[in-house]
Design a protein around this ligand. Structure first.
Ligand SMILES: [Zn+2]
Length: 266
């Protein structure tokens, strides 16, 4: 089966599933003008996909290249199926640290803050990343794949799973407590990720993971509970830019305008 077909089917499937669930059991009431942000976020995805077509190389091609030439750390050993499992988690750790760096370095925070100025979270927020952040992220992934020798199968699974989990953990979805306490041991749930989108800086500096909560626990950035209960968490940054810079196409120039938030990074 064609790889882009697998990605498209899983993307549409998870998107419809999460969008439906968040409408049935929302964690917080949808604001009346939320549709504007949803449309903007979806238009941004189409725009970003167009930009990615122009990339000279994509992660899966780098993985095939490394595999054919026996390049990278893991291709030096024969560890069978473990190669896929290890490759998946190594890439996930790379993305965890990439996320931390995008919060720490001022110029990168400008780009990443476009993701954080969404004033409310829903499934579409999980797709809302500045095209330059996506390009940089692709280069980081490609370098990691070549150095670590990540297998093509691990890369495909990782990209499909990460994309799906990003939509899931940004969803405005209420998960009943008994299920939440089990799920948040193995997954970054919407409740955990909402803490990362809080306007309180210490909370923004936590829960950087997109899939499992383990790296946050190992590296000391895990936050199980914020200052406010879920429904009362103030989402966004301090201060927030004018609304036009939170919506398409203004969101594309947001990293380059001057407002106080762009200088104050986490
Ligand atoms: Zn972030």
């Amino acid at each position: 089966m064609n790889i882009s077909l697998i990605r498209s089917i899983s993307f549409v499937g998870v998107f419809i599933f999460c969008m439906t669930l968040q409408l049935i059991i929302p964690s917080r009431k949808f604001k009346k003008d939320r549709w504007k942000y949803m449309v903007s976020n979806v238009v941004l995805v189409a725009f970003n996909n167009f930009i990615l077509i122009l990339m000279p190389i994509i992660p899966i091609e780098a993985a095939v290249y490394a595999n054919d030439l026996n390049l990278g750390l893991m291709h030096q050993f024969d560890i069978g199926v473990l190669e896929v499992v290890a490759g998946f988690f190594l890439l996930d750790i790379v993305i965890y640290f990439q996320h931390r760096i995008f919060h720490k370095v001022p110029v990168l925070w400008r780009l990443h803050s476009m993701h954080h100025i969404d004033p409310m979270l829903d499934t579409t927020s999980g797709l809302r990343f500045h095209p330059i952040e996506i390009i940089l992220s692709n280069f980081i992934k490609i370098s990691s794949i070549l150095v670590l020798g990540i297998s093509p199968v691990a890369v495909i699974i990782f990209e499909v799973v990460l994309n799906g989990l990003s939509m899931f953990n940004h969803s405005n979805l209420h998960i009943p407590k008994p299920l939440e306490v089990i799920l948040n041991k193995v997954l970054i749930t919407p409740a955990l990720h909402t803490i990362h989108h809080s306007k309180i800086m210490e909370e923004t500096m936590s829960n950087y993971g997109f899939s499992v909560p383990w790296w946050d626990k190992v590296f000391g950035t895990f936050c199980a509970m914020g200052k406010f209960p879920q429904e009362k968490i103030h989402i966004g940054t301090v201060p927030m830019p004018e609304e036009k810079y939170s919506l398409f196409p203004g969101m594309l120039v947001q990293p380059f305008i001057s407002y106080k938030n762009n200088e104050s990074f986490h």
